[in-house]
Structure formats: structure tokens, C-alpha cells
Design a protein around this ligand. Structure first.
Ligand SMILES: C[S@@+](CC[C@H](N)C(=O)[O-])C[C@H]1O[C@@H](n2cnc3c(N)ncnc32)[C@H](O)[C@@H]1O
Length: 301
């Protein structure tokens, strides 16, 4: 179960990869745009704003998210004026566009879809001529926040209660995504981005994480057990979040820390890694330049 309210906290930070990815999509007047795993729909509405002549559909498997997106349509805000924007509840693995799509977007969703490389490889075949596919997968899975979760769920105390819980995950290394798309005959523009989000509020890293990665664990536990689990996640030390999260500038550039630390002594941040992939059916794209050199050498051989 998703909580659109919790997810919308930190919406500015969470949406950065989406906007930076979409900035590279060159479609000018697509007829049909699909946002797969659209969540509460705010970013789907941004797509409708960018391409007002397009039919735009947001697709999500969560009833709560789709309800929240539909409520936004009738709330009288800018999204209410997008007459060609709609939302449907569906599993993206079964979703078919009905007509060729000018743009397919999937931001921060695939990590929740097991075995998703085959799904990714099926999307280019759904594009119209000159269409664009843009998707983003978090690349945080070897970061401390995810390690804590994996360690705890596998520990003797929690394994019996959480053995059936599906944690989010990548399907593989970036090269595996490229291989899946290359196998579908695509040229790919791929790059990695690291964001150092400085977060505000009480326990912001935990609050961030409660909206996404911790969600299935907390949903599987009784309230008292969930409180105990959170206490273990927060416990300082080898497994506690402060070791994994950025406390007091561990990953904040020194210049920034000097400027703002006196004002915000409890500065906390979250390092998020984003793997970005762009395919267009019209033209051959170059490779991004942020890969490490052995990998780049492999690609360009
Ligand atoms: C982290 S949110 C991302 C929402 C939005 N794309 C964004 O960037 O803000 C992930 C969303 O993917 C949805 N999702 C997970 N598995 C899905 C599936 N198999 N089919 C469709 N949606 C799915 C969830 O319900 C959730 O709303």
C-alpha cells in the first residue's frame, strides 16, 4: 500500500531526476504520452502541461495513488485544466498503449517490478516513429540505507516476520539495461547522476525512506513491531541510519557546509543515485560521458 501524502514529502528532491531526464526528450508534438508508474500524478500533469496537444495517460497499479491522482484532476488546480489527461489503475507489465506512443516515461518505478528487464525491452516496440522512451531507476542499492534494510530483514529477529516482503531493487548493473535495450535494436543514451539532497525537518532521512524503500516492511508489520523496526533502523552505529545517511555534511560539499551549517546544525542529507536511460526511435544517440572508463571502453569497442 502506498501513501501519496508521505510520498509527496520531499517532492522537489524526488522529482529532480524526472525533470532532468525529460529535459533531454526532444519530442515536440507527440500525439500520445504515457507515464508508467505515475504515482500521485503530479509529474504526469507536468507532461500534460508540456505537451498540451497530447493525450496523456498516467498508469499505476496502486489504488491509493490513482485515487490521489484523480482527486488532483478534480481539485481545480492546473491539472484540472488538462482535458486530455487521465489516470488508469493497471500493472505496467500488462499495460499496452492501444496506439503507438510518442513518449513513454517511467520514473522511479522499475525498482518495484521484479524481472523488469524484459518489460523494458518491450517498450521501444510501443513507440511511434520518432517516439521517445525515457526511464530512470534509482541506483542506491549498495548505499547504506539499503544495506541496513537488507541486513535487518535478514536478521534472526526480523526474518520470520519479513521473509515474504519484496524489497525494491535494480534488475542489474547499468550495462544490463543497455544490453536489454540493445537486444531490442535500440541505441541508448545512458548516464548516472548523484544527488546530494540536503533535507529539512525532523528525522528527514527516515521520513524520506518511509515514503519508499521502508514502505513494504512497515506495511507487513503490526504497529508496535513497526515502531521497533524503525528504532533499529535509526540506532546509531554500524547499522543505524546516521552511518548511511549524511549527517552534518558527510557528503555535502565543504563550501556548502561552511555556508549553511551554522544556521542548520542538524543538517541531514540523502545521497541518491539515479540511472537514466533515453531511447528514441528516430535517431542514434550518443553515450553519456559519466561511465567509468572500462565500461565505456566496453561499449565503444
Ligand atoms: C516511487 S513511486 C514513483 C512515482 C512517480 N513516477 C514519480 O516519479 O514520482 C513508484 C510508483 O510505482 C508504482 N508501481 C509499482 N509497481 C508497479 C507496477 N507493476 N505497475 C504499475 N505501477 C507500479 C507504485 O504504485 C508507485 O506509485
Amino acid at each position: 500500500m502506498w501513501d501519496p501524502g508521505q510520498y509527496r514529502r520531499f517532492a522537489g528532491e524526488r522529482s529532480r531526476p524526472f525533470f532532468e531526464l525529460l529535459a533531454r526528450v526532444g519530442a515536440t508534438a507527440p500525439g500520445f504520452v504515457a507515464d508508467l508508474g505515475c504515482g500521485p500524478g503530479d509529474l504526469t500533469a507536468a507532461l500534460a502541461g508540456r505537451w498540451p496537444g497530447a493525450d496523456v495517460v498516467g498508469v499505476d497499479s496502486s489504488a491509493e495513488m490513482i485515487r490521489s491522482a484523480q482527486a488532483m484532476l478534480s481539485a481545480g488546480g492546473p491539472a484540472s485544466r488538462c482535458s486530455r489527461l487521465r489516470f488508469v489503475q493497471a500493472d505496467l507489465r500488462a499495460w499496452r498503449p492501444g496506439k503507438p506512443a510518442g513518449v513513454i516515461v517511467a520514473n522511479a518505478v522499475l525498482q518495484w517490478v521484479p524481472e523488469h528487464l524484459a518489460v523494458v525491452a518491450s517498450w521501444p516496440g510501443m513507440l511511434a516513429s520518432g517516439g521517445w522512451l525515457a526511464f530512470q531507476v534509482p541506483g542506491n542499492f549498495d548505499q547504506p540505507s539499503h544495506r541496513i534494510l537488507r541486513d535487518l530483514t535478514a536478521s534472526p529477529r526480523w526474518r520470520p516476520l519479513l521473509r515474504d516482503v519484496q524489497l525494491n531493487r535494480q534488475a542489474g548493473q547499468p550495462a544490463d539495461y543497455l544490453a536489454a535495450l540493445a537486444g531490442a535494436g535500440c541505441e541508448v543514451d545512458a548516464w548516472e547522476t548523484t544527488y546530494l539532497h540536503v533535507l529539512q525537518g525532523t528525522d528527514p532521512v527516515l521520513e524520506w525512506y518511509k515514503g519508499t524503500g521502508l514502505r513494504p516492511v512497515l506495511a507487513a508489520l503490526e504497529p508496535a513491531a513497526a515502531r521497533d523496526f524503525l528504532a533499529e533502523v535509526r540506532r546509531p552505529g554500524a547499522r543505524g541510519l546516521p552511518g548511511g545517511a549524511v549527517r552534518h555534511g558527510a557528503a555535502v560539499p565543504a563550501g556548502v557546509r561552511r555556508r549553511i551549517a551554522p544556521l542548520t546544525p542538524a543538517l541531514a542529507g540523502y545521497r541518491s543515485l539515479s540511472l537514466n536511460f533515453l531511447v528514441t526511435s528516430a535517431e542514434i544517440r550518443g553515450f553519456g560521458s559519466s561511465w567509468d572508463s572500462p565500461f565505456q571502453a566496453m561499449l565503444t569497442r
